[in-house]
Every structure is written in structure tokens, then in C-alpha cells.
Design a protein around this ligand. Structure first.
Ligand SMILES: [Zn+2]
Length: 155
């Protein structure tokens, strides 16, 4: 079996739990929503689609921190109930094979390359972006709505 050259980094449990607490406390920028489609609500902590009827927290997340030209804060979901952080870090998450764009950043958080998986294996695109020695990490985002989904680092 091929050893992957990458490591999948999902949202930290600390941030997911912080979002759940903020939503419970009624924070205006943390909404509780109910999934109404099987492929519309990817949880950034377990990297699975919420099932219709499951509740999620919708909140803004700074995937690229403030203070840089490419700084970016945008909406993400996590399950409202506790879920297990994605642990198969050497395997590309099965639920998210389709509909992702991949952006490569350097150590200064500048975006240096971007590609869409047009029916290609996402692993091949990730590995290609990581072959560039300038690439510090790759972010997977929704190709339609642009929302941050997960980060990929070198293994
Ligand atoms: Zn989850």
C-alpha cells in the first residue's frame, strides 16, 4: 500500500467545543442549524456530512489569520453534538472527494497556487501542490460556496 505524503488536519476539538459553548451561550455569530440535505453540511471536526435532521453550529472561522493580504474568515459548520475528530489523517476523507478546490499557501500565508479536482483523484492534486518546496500547507475549500473545509500538511 502506498504511503501518503500528506496529513489531513481537521478543525481542532478545542475550537469545535468553543463553538458549541458560544452557541449555547447565544452568541450572535453562532447559529444552530439543522441539516436538510445529505451532502450540504460537512462537519469540519469529524469531516463527515451531517445527516438530514442533525443539528450543527454555523460560525465564522479565520482559516488564514488576520494581518496578512490573504487573511480570510468565513462560515463553517461543526456538529452541535460532540463528535470524534477525524483520525485517519493519512487518508483523504471519503465524504469530501468531490466539490473541493485546493489552495496552496507559503509560510507567509500567501496563496501561491490553486486547483480544482475536476474528476481527478484529490490525492494527486494535493501531492502535486505539496511537491512545490514553497508550499507550507494546502487548504481544501468548497468549490461552490468557497467555505474552508480542512487543511493538509506534509506527513
Ligand atoms: Zn462532526
Amino acid at each position: 500500500m502506498k504511503i501518503s505524503t500528506f496529513r489531513i488536519v481537521s478543525l481542532s476539538t478545542e475550537i469545535a467545543e468553543g463553538a458549541r459553548r458560544a452557541a449555547q451561550a447565544g452568541a450572535a455569530d453562532h447559529a444552530i442549524v439543522t441539516a436538510d440535505s445529505p451532502t450540504g453540511y460537512p462537519c469540519r471536526h469529524c469531516l463527515r456530512f451531517a445527516k438530514p435532521g442533525e443539528r450543527l453550529i454555523l460560525f465564522p472561522y479565520a482559516s488564514i489569520p488576520a494581518g496578512h493580504p490573504y487573511s480570510e474568515t468565513g462560515p463553517i459548520f461543526v456538529h452541535a453534538e460532540a463528535c470524534e475528530r477525524y483520525s485517519a489523517t493519512h487518508e483523504y476523507p471519503e465524504d469530501l472527494r468531490r466539490g473541493r478546490a485546493f489552495r496552496a499557501y507559503n509560510t507567509s500565508y500567501d496563496m501561491i497556487e490553486a486547483e480544482v479536482a475536476n474528476g481527478d483523484e484529490p490525492e494527486a492534486i494535493v501531492e502535486k501542490l505539496l511537491q512545490n518546496p514553497e508550499t507550507a500547507f494546502v487548504d481544501a475549500r468548497s468549490v461552490t460556496r468557497g467555505c474552508y473545509t480542512f487543511r493538509i500538511q506534509r506527513a
